[in-house]
Design a protein around this ligand. Structure first.
Ligand code: BTN
Length: 308
């Protein structure tokens, strides 16, 4: 109902009467008035007067009804501890493919390698529940594909020079603008779900003691619509992810890599590897040429570019 009501209001610059709205939507004028009140409470600036209702401004909030075709699969929270925990619960209960859990802010946002993810207002924080029909060994495909699609969408939709740092951080001019965290569960040698948590510093500012990070707003000097961005990214990802061609995904990922050719230091629970990042193999492992000329295959870790 909210999306249909907003649709009509957004198409009319003039006041539109409660009577007309109730006829279009097949509900009473009182019901229309109640929906208008709810929308106003959600931050929509809707003027009401003797001639009816007129929308003046919509908040840039990714409410489920802002993406009507996905509304039933979007779970929106003003605040959550971590969208990862909610998404895991939903996935285990059998929620559909492409379920999305969004939070305006997180109180215990989680990052890779047991770090916290700072999640203030203005950023975009969500976890996607994906159910690809692939064996667990192919699950990196989902991460690389998502990282590629996210980087391209940032480039083309926000007009920023985004590049991807192995495996899936997005950088602009060497500073981190987005990170991804994934969790997978499998049964009978098939992936049950891969949950991909994405944090994007979109319209938020960052503390000055975090010089290695930036936001889209800080880089471009203007805000980017979070709800329009999310809708665009989800459409692009859904179109791309159902073609499980790992070699092609890795080629696409390489086309926007910030890591290849760089001197890197990879820190993992197993230790530190230093050298030049020369390639990414078809499974997503980073190939690093160390000082003695040997090529090491790195499957997991934190990648630090020497130039940063
Ligand atoms: C990283 O770069 O360390 C990964 C950061 C992932 C952050 C996102 S924000 C949405 C989702 N919920 C979380 O708690 N973490 C991920």
């Amino acid at each position: 109902m909210k999306s249909q009501l907003l649709n009509i209001l957004n198409q009319n610059n003039e006041f539109i009467s409660g009577e007309t709205l109730s006829q279009h939507l097949g509900v009473s004028r009182v019901a229309i008035w109640k929906h208008i009140q709810k929308l106003q409470a959600c931050g929509y600036d809707i003027h009401s007067g003797p001639k009816g209702y007129r929308i003046v401004r919509s908040p840039d909030t990714p409410y489920p009804w802002e993406i009507p075709e996905r509304e039933s699969r979007i779970h929106y929270f003003e605040t959550a501890a971590s969208t990862m925990d909610i998404a895991r619960g939903l996935a285990r209960k059998g929620c559909p493919d492409f379920t999305i859990v969004i939070a305006e802010t997180q109180t215990s946002g989680r990052g890779r390698m047991d770090r916290n993810w700072f999640s203030p207002e203005g950023g975009l924080y969500f976890t996607l529940v994906l159910r690809p029909h692939i064996p667990p060994v192919m699950s990196p495909l989902v991460n690389f594909c998502t990282a590629f699609v996210l980087t391209r969408t940032l480039q083309e939709f926000c007009g920023v020079e985004a590049r991807v740092k192995w495996p899936n951080d997005v950088l602009i001019h060497g500073r981190k603008v987005s990170g991804m965290l994934s969790e997978m569960e499998a049964a009978d040698d098939q992936v049950s779900f891969v949950n991909i948590g994405i944090g994007i510093n979109m319209n938020n500012d960052l503390p000055s003691d975090l010089p290695s990070a930036t936001s889209i707003k800080n880089i471009s000097g203007k805000t980017c619509s979070r709800k329009a961005f999310l809708s665009e990214f989800l459409d692009r990802l859904e179109n791309r992810i159902h073609q499980p061609d790992m070699a092609k995904v890795i080629e696409e990922w390489k086309s926007c890599s910030a890591t290849l050719g760089q001197q890197v230091r990879i820190v993992s629970h197993q230790g530190v590897t230093k050298g030049k990042a020369v390639d990414v193999d078809p499974n997503g492992a980073l190939l690093v040429r160390t000082a003695d000329g040997t090529i090491k295959k790195i499957y997991y870790g934190d990648c630090i570019h020497a130039s940063s």
